[in-house]
Design a binder for this molecule. Structure first.
Ligand SMILES: [Zn+2]
Length: 353
């Protein structure tokens, strides 16, 4: 069996229930892969606090919307039977949970650490503010000034230093974060909607955190490891993530240079990077992006109010510049020739009334 050319993924982050904006991005990703006879994998990004409690509702919303998915490759780490999360999903293809993939993340991190690409950092937020005198302290925060680059021989030394420091100050030791050495040359990538991008990471964010002080892996790291290990060829997600894509490209480059297939559970670390599409957000009538606080746009709430899934799909389709149909087969057929809507879309509840 040859592997499909296009491998897309649905990667919801269930820090709350799905709303129409999330549903639109998921449908976009699904249509893009399905219209190319590609595979769709489902990976739930459940590393953030509170994500576990919404696993079942995210699955149930996907089923309600009619978005199906394919089984990941055999022996994919963290693949679970969705019936364990939601009885109605029993018998469906496996779902990949990030929370079950720590061993994979640990292997890759260890390799990057040994290669000297990653180093321990014990700085607090306050240390970083004091140390950086960058003139452009905008809302993104100042770039990390590199205080701990080359400071410690290894993670153990950093932890001992931090432990002694904490003892002196009479506080609990905080452990150390792990940061990636960012390249000094601009990071380049192209987005299918936003066009070519170039970011100089030292000016943008500096060496950034791949593993936090509490031991959790950062999104920037786990998502790249996952997409590589799962053979994903296209990433389609909300455009609030466009700004952090250059950091992910830097992680791809580091992994491609220093890791081998064994680290990635058999996948080739030098596979081409996926294509990037950052989908415009859905705004509410107030001009602000839809948020989980607004119940009227929750997929579950719409279903409870008796709005049919077909009606929701029709609205989503129209908002993407597709024909006025709630039938997924029509939408798959229309996808290749439709004109991509690259502006934010405004949703008013009357649209579904
Ligand atoms: Zn530091």
């Amino acid at each position: 069996m040859t592997s499909p050319v296009v491998v897309g993924r649905l990667a919801p982050s269930p820090t709350g229930v799905l709303h129409l904006g999330n549903a639109r991005t998921l449908l976009w990703a699904w249509l893009s892969a399905r219209s190319a006879q590609g595979q769709v994998l489902l990976r739930i990004e459940d590393l953030l606090p509170g994500a576990q409690e919404h696993l079942a509702s995210v699955l149930s919303d996907l089923l309600w919307l009619g978005l199906d998915w394919d089984a990941p490759a055999p022996r994919t780490e963290g693949a679970v039977d969705p019936g364990e999360l939601l009885p109605a999903a029993a018998g469906l293809p496996a779902v990949v949970l990030q929370s079950e993939r720590f061993e994979l993340y640990r292997r890759v991190m260890q390799r990057l650490t040994r290669a000297g690409m990653v180093y321990p950092c014990i700085c607090t937020r306050k240390d970083i503010e004091l140390a950086s005198r960058a003139p452009h302290a905008e809302d993104k925060g100042r770039p990390y000034p590199g205080t701990c680059r080359g400071r410690f021989a290894d993670e153990g030394a950093a932890i001992r230093w931090e432990g002694a420091n904490a003892l002196r100050r009479g506080r609990r030791p905080l452990g150390c974060a792990l940061r990636l050495r960012v390249p000094s040359a601009p990071v380049l990538f192209s987005d299918r909607i936003h066009g070519p991008q170039a970011t100089r990471l030292p000016d943008d964010c500096g060496d950034f955190v791949l593993r936090k002080k509490d031991g959790d892996y950062a999104y920037m790291f786990s998502v790249v490891v996952d997409d590589l290990a799962m053979g994903v060829t296209e990433v389609i997600r909300g455009d609030d993530l466009l700004d952090c894509t250059a950091q992910q490209v830097a992680v791809y480059q580091a992994i491609a240079t220093h890791c081998d297939a064994q680290d990635l559970g058999g996948a080739d670390p030098r596979s081409p990077m996926p294509s990037w599409t950052h989908v415009p957000l859905v705004l509410g009538g107030d001009g602000r992006r839809l948020a989980k606080r607004n119940r009227s746009v929750h997929v579950q709430q719409l279903a409870a109010e008796g709005v049919s899934a077909g009606r929701v799909r029709r609205w989503l389709a129209r908002s993407m510049g597709l024909p006025d149909s709630g039938d997924l087969r029509d939408l798959v057929a229309a996808w290749p020739s439709h004109r991509t809507v690259s502006d934010p879309v405004v949703f008013v509840p009357a649209d579904l009334a």
